[in-house]
Design a protein around this ligand. Structure first.
Ligand code: ZN
Length: 422
């Protein structure tokens, strides 16, 4: 009897969430997050994202892509930008809610948000908890997704005898695989000679199909997890990186900013994981949402040491492309919504500039007086943020650590061996 009651309650809850989202979708106004917008600020052009120029604050004038190389980059970004739009589908999001153990997620979120509140209170009156309730919902979703829901696949195991398999290349996509949105099928052969079974691994990029298959590499992980965040009522971004990685950003109304979330690593708000943590150099990190697009490279690359060269288009052309994507995503929004989102863009831009300024200040502070006298660059004191990021490295799954390139080289069968499948 109690169990039935609980089930009824859960069903009713799903219904409420679903209805709420339907209303949101139909009014095209994203979930209520107060825009940190100061109307007195003059509108500015987004600054150039590259390090040297953003430090110097050289104003850039957007310029349409003019050569073949920048046109190619534009077309690629336009096509990538469609990913989050595909999640704005009530049928898909309802199906996602049926898969998520809502009572578990909400229970954990409630408990954790109470802990954050208690921590804040212990620090003194007027202190704000580190994270809000909805942040805790996504944190609980992240734990469940990584630990109980999705599986990482390098080489699929043989379905006949369970032995490991060896990659033999790509196979032709079968009609039923194509119908389910597979763009590519990888073929593997059982390592046991007397077995000889072939194993197909279709790379699906349809979030609906991923709810059933529940496996893949970084592309599948980021696609499915981001969609589930959307289903739980958060505003979500899908972040594409030019060095073959993808991850998620979720908007925290509590912090009034976008938060880095990497489902593969179960990492929350560790934007320096890829650079200081893994030692990778990154060129572009571009975030796409259903109502915007933003070059967020400065959130992930905090020092010039980890900035890879940006050669795919001139910075003023990239600015033009980002403006174009934003405009097309927002073409159907009301004037008020557009205004609110522009305010958010400007606030984020200030946030990203602050990171650059902080790092410059930090680099100056860590110099030893003796080194300045000698004219050297200093034996650095350890950067606390970099240490934090390096700690994140130890939490990663074992096969990722093994296969990850620490020196920029690529390893066989590693997640970065393949471009992220979208
Ligand atoms: Zn076998």
């Amino acid at each position: 009897m109690d169990e039935q009651k609980a089930r009824e309650l859960t069903d009713r809850f799903r219904q409420v969430l679903s209805t709420k989202r339907m209303n949101e979708l139909s009014s095209r106004s994203r979930s209520a997050s107060p825009a940190p917008f100061n109307a007195a600020l003059p509108p500015t052009n987004a600054p150039p994202p590259s390090y040297s120029s953003s430090i110097r604050n050289i104003p850039l004038v957007p310029r349409p892509p003019s050569d073949a190389r920048s046109m190619r980059f534009k077309n690629m970004l336009l096509s990538l930008s469609n990913m989050p739009v595909k999640w704005e589908n009530p049928g898909l999001l309802d199906e996602a809610l049926r898969v998520i153990p809502l009572d578990q997620i909400y229970g954990e979120a409630e408990e954790e948000s109470q802990i954050f509140k208690a921590e804040a209170e212990s620090l003194g009156a007027g202190k704000k908890p580190a994270w809000g309730y909805q942040d805790c919902v996504i944190r609980a979703l992240l734990r469940w997704f990584k630990r109980s829901f999705f599986t990482w696949v390098n080489n699929p195991a043989c379905h006949t005898c369970g032995s490991p398999t060896i990659a033999v290349g790509l196979a032709a996509v079968l009609p039923d695989e194509q119908a389910r949105g597979a763009s590519q099928v990888e073929l593997y052969r059982c390592s046991l000679d007397q077995c000889g079974t072939y194993e197909r691994f279709p790379r699906y990029n349809d979030a609906f199909v991923l709810l059933q298959t529940r496996k893949g590499r970084v592309g599948e992980w980021a696609n499915c997890f981001s969609m589930l965040c959307r289903a739980m009522g958060s505003r979500v971004r899908w972040v594409w990186n030019s060095e073959d990685h993808v991850w998620t950003e979720v908007y925290s109304s509590h912090r009034r900013r976008w938060v880095h979330v990497d489902a593969c690593e179960e990492s929350w708000d560790k934007p320096r994981l890829y650079t200081e943590g893994w030692g990778k150099k990154l060129a572009y990190c571009i975030a796409f949402s259903a109502d915007g697009a933003m070059d967020v490279t400065r959130r992930y690359v905090r020092t010039a040491r980890f900035a890879a060269e940006r050669k795919r288009a001139h910075e003023s052309e990239l600015l033009y492309i980002m403006n174009e994507i934003r405009a097309s995503r927002r073409s159907k929004l009301t004037k008020n919504d557009k205004f609110r989102l522009e305010g958010e863009d400007m606030a984020e831009d200030r946030e990203l500039r602050r990171y650059v300024a902080q790092q410059v200040a930090y680099e100056i502070c860590k110099l030893n007086p003796e080194d300045i006298l000698r004219g050297g660059s200093g034996s650095a004191r350890p950067d606390p943020e970099a240490q934090k990021a390096a700690e994140g490295r130890q939490n990663g799954s074992a096969e990722w650590i093994r296969s990850r390139s620490e020196s920029g080289r690529r390893f066989q069968n590693g997640p970065h061996d393949q471009p992220p499948r979208r």
